[in-house]
Design a protein around this ligand. Structure first.
Ligand SMILES: O=C(O)C(=O)Cc1ccccc1
Length: 293
C-alpha cells in the first residue's frame, strides 16, 4: 500500500511543491487538506501516514499554527525537514488584463504570503485591502472564480496554471533569498538515509520556575559541549501570562552522546524535556534521493 502524504492544499500551494519534491520518485499518494490543522490531524487520526506543513519562513518567522498544534494537540514525530525557496507572484483573472495593477482593490493570500510581500504590494497598489485565506492556492482559486472583481492572489506559478490566471508580477516578496522550512511529520514506512550527517533534533524545554539565570543554565549545557543550536524560540505554555516553554533545535541526532548528556543535564536542572523529533534535513534539489522504500 502506498504511503498517504497529507499536505496543506489544494494543488498549487508551496507546501504542495515541497511535498512533491520530498517524495519525488516514490510511490506515495499526495492528499490535499484545507488547513494546517486538518493536515496534521489527518496523521493524528491515521487517515494519512505523514503530513507536510510549513514551519518557518526566512522573512516572517515561525508558523505558529503548525508549532502550537504539534506541541499542544498531537504527539507526532518530526520525520524530515526540507528547506524550499519561495517566490511569490501576483496573479489575476485574464478578464482583468486591461486593469492596471494600481487599480486592483483586493489582494488575497495565506497570511504568511501576505506578510512576506506586504511592503512591495502596498507600494504597487496603495490602499489595497488584504484578505487572508487558508492557502495561497485557495486565494488563486477564489480569484479564478471572480472574473469581474479586481482581485489579485499572491501565489505560485503552478496555481496560476491550475486556475488559468495571469502572472501580473513575479517575485513580489519584500526580500530576495526567501526560504521556508517544511516539516514532514509522522511515521511513514520509509527508511531515511543519513549519509551526509545533516541532522537535527528539536526539543521542547519547559523550565521548572522563573529564576535569574534559568535559561542561561539550560543554554550552558549545550554550550560547553559545543553543540550548535540553530534555533531557539519561546512560546506561551497557555497556562497563564508570562509562562513559556522553549523550542530548541540542536544540530545533532538524538542518539549522539553529547546531546544525550545535555538533555540529562537540563533534566537534572528540573526542566521538562520533550523530543519533538530528530530528523535529517536538506535544501531543495540538494539531495533528491534522500528516501528509500
Ligand atoms: O499557502 C501556501 O501555499 C502554503 O504552502 C503556506 C505558505 C505560505 C507562504 C509561504 C510558504 C508557505
Amino acid at each position: 500500500m502506498n504511503n498517504k502524504v497529507a499536505y496543506l492544499g489544494p494543488v498549487g500551494t508551496f507546501t504542495h511543491a515541497a511535498a512533491s519534491s520530498l517524495f519525488e520518485g516514490h510511490p506515495v499518494q499526495l492528499e490535499p487538506y484545507p488547513t494546517i490543522v486538518d493536515t496534521l490531524q489527518a496523521v493524528a487520526e491515521k487517515k494519512a501516514d505523514v503530513a507536510v506543513v510549513p514551519i518557518e519562513n526566512a522573512l516572517e518567522g515561525s508558523v505558529h499554527m503548525t508549532l502550537d498544534h504539534l506541541v499542544h494537540q498531537v504527539d507526532l514525530p518530526i520525520w524530515r525537514e526540507l528547506i524550499y525557496p519561495i517566490s511569490h507572484c501576483l496573479l489575476a483573472h485574464p478578464n482583468q488584463a486591461a486593469t492596471k495593477l494600481s487599480e486592483f482593490t483586493h489582494v488575497l493570500s495565506h497570511p504568511q504570503a501576505i506578510a512576506q510581500c506586504y511592503h512591495t504590494v502596498r507600494k504597487l497598489i496603495p490602499g489595497v485591502t488584504f484578505v487572508h485565506t487558508d492557502s495561497t492556492a485557495l486565494a488563486a482559486a477564489k480569484v479564478g472564480e471572480q472574473a469581474d472583481e479586481k482581485w489579485l492572489a499572491i501565489g505560485t506559478t503552478q496555481a496560476a496554471e491550475c486556475h488559468q490566471l495571469q502572472v501580473r508580477q513575479a517575485d513580489v516578496q519584500d526580500q530576495p533569498n526567501n526560504f521556508t522550512r517544511f516539516w514532514a511529520v509522522g511515521r511513514p514506512a520509509f527508511a531515511t538515509e543519513d549519509a551526509d550527517g545533516k541532522h537535527k533534533t528539536c526539543l521542547q524545554v519547559t523550565l521548572p520556575a522563573d529564576y535569574p539565570g534559568a535559561l542561561y543554565q539550560v543554554l550552558a549545557a549545550f554550550s560547553w559541549r559545543k553543540i550548535n543550536l540553530c534555533r531557539i524560540e519561546s512560546r506561551p505554555t497557555k497556562t497563564g501570562l508570562g509562562n513559556y516553554f522553549f523550542l530548541i533545535e540542536a544540530e545533532l541526532p538524538i542518539r549522539h552522546v553529547l546531546l544525550q548528556g545535555a538533555i540529562e543535564e537540563v533534566t537534572a536542572l528540573g526542566c521538562k524535556v520533550r523530543v519533538l523529533g530528530s530528523f535529517p534535513y536538506h535544501y531543495y534539489r540538494e539531495r533528491q534521493t534522500a528516501l528509500r522504500n
